[in-house]
Ligand binder design. Structure first.
Ligand code: GLN
Length: 296
């Protein structure tokens, strides 16, 4: 009995301390009435007593806990959202999706002790899939942009990208500058929601940009004369030009960018693991080896 009482007394003391800490915090935070309300924040204010940590840190901890749960719930699988029409990064070989991103993702999954699962979808759906948790990461030759950083977090970059311009042989467009020339009124074809789309819409206006769901469709439209050029990442551009008659890539490029893997915003646990894996794979020469296999 005595023991219980002693415990209760200790508990009361702790509660008082918390309440006091609570008062301090409330006053500090919001000039609120210190009575009543402050005591409600009891659990939360334990941090203030222990380590003078603020509410933001507390929120971060909560998020971390949720992330741990998410990773654990993934059942040993690492789900990669991609759009498999982006050769040589991700594309179908028969009914199998292969490519640079696939092999890098496989190498990362192996380091994490997880099984890679590929979920092929529209490029435009990848960020939403990562945000909703339907996929753990987006690996899709995806360029890091300020705007995307508002929706997802990005890993270290594992490759550089270049936005190239594909035209029909003999086109009036011979350099990137022609697109900006006084009185120029060209129709630019792009893949929906890619940086090619975002940048050219900015530069040439909505009315001068036609969006397709992938590069092949854009190139078909170019061959059909519906549009004057296609702005797309350089490696897919090379593959498209090789597979289609009468097209060339301009020597001058449109933009330089960095490719990285995206994860759900705040999923630092997974992001850190991916970053460590990328660092290791780079040091081991593995990324270079994978890239060399696909880009001669
Ligand atoms: N690098 C471009 C982007 O991030 C295109 C990527 C893609 O089409 N898979 O928007």
């Amino acid at each position: 009995m005595k023991k219980i009482l002693a415990l209760l007394a200790a508990a009361a003391l702790v509660a008082t301390t918390f309440a006091f800490a609570g008062c301090e915090k409330k006053v500090e935070d919001a000039d609120a009435n210190v009575d009543g309300e402050a005591v409600e924040g009891e659990g939360e204010d334990k941090e203030a007593v222990e380590g003078e940590e603020n509410a933001a840190t507390e929120d971060e901890k909560e998020e971390e806990k949720e992330e741990e749960k998410e990773v654990a719930e993934d059942d040993g699988k690492l789900v990669m959202a991609t759009n498999a029409y982006f050769q040589p990064y991700e594309y179908f070989e028969g009914d199998k999706i292969v490519g640079i991103d696939v092999e890098i993702a496989e190498a990362i999954a192996e380091k994490l002790g997880l099984e890679l699962v590929i979920d092929d979808m529209e490029f435009n759906s990848i960020i939403a899939a990562v945000q909703s948790g339907a996929a753990d990461m987006g690996v899709a030759g995806m360029t890091v942009t300020e705007e995307r950083l508002e929706s997802v977090d990005f890993s270290y970059s594992y490759a550089n990208g270049v936005q190239s311009i594909i035209v029909a042989e003999g086109s009036a467009i011979t350099t990137v500058d022609d697109l900006y020339a006084e009185g120029a009124d060209y129709q630019v074809g792009v893949q929906l929601a890619t940086t090619g789309d975002i940048y050219s819409t900015d530069d040439f206006g909505e009315e001068n940009v036609t969006r397709y769901s992938n590069g092949s469709e854009a190139v078909l439209a170019l061959q059909g004369g519906d549009i004057d050029c296609v702005i797309i990442d350089n490696e897919p551009a090379k593959a498209l030009v090789a597979a289609n008659e009468g097209l060339v890539i301009l020597e001058t490029s449109y933009a330089d960018e960095d490719y990285a893997i995206c994860v759900k915003k705040g999923n630092t646990e997974l992001l850190d693991k991916i970053n460590v894996a990328i660092e290791e794979l780079t040091a081991e020469g593995k990324i270079e080896e994978i890239v060399a296999k696909y880009i001669k």
